[in-house]
Design a protein around this ligand. Structure first.
Ligand SMILES: NC(=O)c1ccc[n+]([C@@H]2O[C@H](COP(=O)([O-])OP(=O)(O)OC[C@H]3O[C@@H](n4cnc5c(N)ncnc54)[C@H](OP(=O)(O)O)[C@@H]3O)[C@@H](O)[C@H]2O)c1
Length: 334
C-alpha cells in the first residue's frame, strides 16, 4: 500500500509518498481501506513533534478517516467486509490501509460521501464535549467563538445554534466572516491578523465587548490563543466559562485577576483524553452528532478535496491560516 510518511521532524514538504507492506487484521482487529482522510490542525503539529502525542517514525499523519472494511480478524462479529465506516485513529489516516479496533469504528450513514464522513468526528466531537461538559452552555446564552471559520470554529457555530445559543463569530477576514454567517452565526467580528500591541489589544477587547453585549459572553470558545485570548477574556460575563481549545496563534498567558473580577472559569478541553477516559459519554455525544447531522442541524463543510499525492499541500494550507471549513484528502482513487 501507499502511505504519506513523516520520516523526520519538519513541515509538510518533509512528507513522502512511499510503498509499504499491506497491514493485516489480527485477532479482534478490522482492516479498513481508507477512502478519504480529513486534515486538522493537529496534523500541522504532529509532523513537527509539537503535538501532545509523538508517534514513533516513520508514521503517516491524518487523524480522521472514512473508508470501507476490507477484512476482519478472528472474533470480530460486529463488522463485515464492505461496511462503510468512519474513525478517528489520531494519526495513520494518510495511508491506503489501516488496522483499527472495532470500538473505534462508526457506521457512515447511507447517502453520505466519504469526504463528509471523514470530516465529521474530530471537530464536532471535540466541540460538543467542550460546549456541554466543560462550557455548560444552555439555550439563551451568548457564545463567542474565535477562529470561527476554521474546522472546530464552524462546528462551534453550528452546535451553539443547535443548542439555542446566540453565537458571535470572530475571524481574521471578511471572507471568513461570510463563511461564519453561512454556518448560522448571529453576528460577526473581524479581528486583525496580529501580533497585537497594547493599543490593539485594548481596542480588540472593546470590540469583543461591543459584539457580545453588556452582559458579556457566557461561554468563549477559543481554538486560537496567542494575542487574542486576553482581549476575549475581558469580554466574558459574570460566572462565564472560557474554553481553552488550541493555540495556532501561540500559547497565551492570562492575568488571573480577570477571573476574580468576573467570577469566571478558565476550562481546559482535551477531547482525546476525555474520549479515552469516558468512552460511554463520548459515544453518547457521537450519537447526538449523528442525529443532528440527519436533522440538517450540522454538516461538515468540506471546501476543498486534494489528491493523495498532494496531502502535504493540504497540511501546508492549514498551517498558512488559509483554510475555511475542512479540507480533505482523497486517498483511494475510485
Ligand atoms: N482541545 C482539543 O481536544 C482539540 C481537538 C481538536 C483540535 N484542537 C485544536 O484546535 C485548534 C484548531 O484546530 P482546527 O483543526 O479547527 O484548525 P483550523 O481549521 O486551522 O482553525 C484554526 C483557526 O485559528 C486561526 N489562527 C490564528 N492564528 C493562526 C495561525 N498562525 N495559523 C493558523 N491558524 C491560525 C485561524 O482563524 P482566523 O484566521 O480567523 O484567526 C484558523 O481558522 C488547533 O490548535 C487544534 O490543535 C484541539
Amino acid at each position: 500500500m501507499k502511505a504519506l510518511l513523516s520520516k523526520a521532524s519538519g513541515g509538510p514538504d518533509t512528507l513522502s509518498l512511499e510503498e509499504l507492506p499491506d497491514p493485516v487484521a489480527g485477532k479482534g482487529q478490522v482492516l479498513v481501506a481508507v477512502q478519504a482522510c480529513a486534515i486538522n490542525y493537529p496534523d500541522v503539529l504532529i509532523i513537527e513533534d509539537k503535538y501532545q502525542f509523538k508517534p514513533p517514525r516513520p508514521f503517516a499523519p491524518g487523524g480522521e478517516i472514512a473508508g470501507v472494511v476490507e477484512a476482519v480478524g478472528e472474533g470480530v462479529t460486529d463488522w463485515a467486509p464492505g461496511d462503510r465506516v468512519i474513525a478517528v485513529p489520531g494519526h495513520g489516516g494518510l495511508a491506503e490501509k489501516l488496522v483499527l479496533s472495532p470500538a473505534q469504528l462508526y457506521r457512515l450513514p447511507e447517502g453520505r460521501s466519504f469526504e463528509e464522513g471523514a470530516a465529521l468526528l474530530l471537530t464536532y466531537a471535540t466541540t460538543i464535549h467542550a460546549l456541554l461538559d466543560r462550557g455548560r452552555l444552555t439555550a439563551g446564552q451568548t457564545l463567542l467563538v474565535l477562529g470561527a471559520a476554521g474546522g472546530v470554529g464552524l462546528a462551534a457555530i453550528e452546535l451553539g445554534k443547535a443548542f439555542g445559543a446566540t453565537v458571535v463569530a470572530a475571524v481574521s477576514s471578511e471572507e471568513k466572516a461570510e463563511a461564519a454567517r453561512a454556518a448560522g452565526a448571529d453576528a460577526t467580528l473581524v479581528y486583525p491578523r496580529g501580533p497585537l500591541d497594547k493599543e490593539a489589544s485594548k481596542a480588540l477587547a472593546e470590540a469583543f465587548k461591543a459584539a457580545v453585549g453588556p452582559k458579556g459572553a457566557d461561554v468563549i470558545y477559543d481554538p486560537v490563543g496567542g494575542d487574542y485570548a486576553e482581549p476575549a477574556l475581558r469580554a466574558i460575563g459574570w460566572e462565564g466559562r472560557y474554553l481553552v481549545v488550541g493555540f495556532p496563534a501561540g500559547i497565551p498567558k492570562l492575568p488571573l485577576n480577570l477571573t476574580l473580577l468576573k467570577s469566571c472559569d478558565v476550562c481546559g478541553v482535551f477531547w482525546g483524553a476525555f474520549a479515552a477516559r469516558d468512552p460511554e459519554a463520548n459515544r453518547a455525544h457521537v450519537e447526538t452528532l449523528f442525529r443532528l447531522w440527519s436533522e440538517g442541524k450540522i454538516a461538515p463543510r468540506v471546501t476543498e478535496v486534494f489528491p493523495f499525492a498532494e496531502g502535504g499541500t493540504a497540511i501546508a494550507k492549514m498551517a498558512a491560516r488559509a483554510v475555511i471549513g475542512k479540507v480533505v484528502v482523497r486517498v483511494a482513487v475510485t
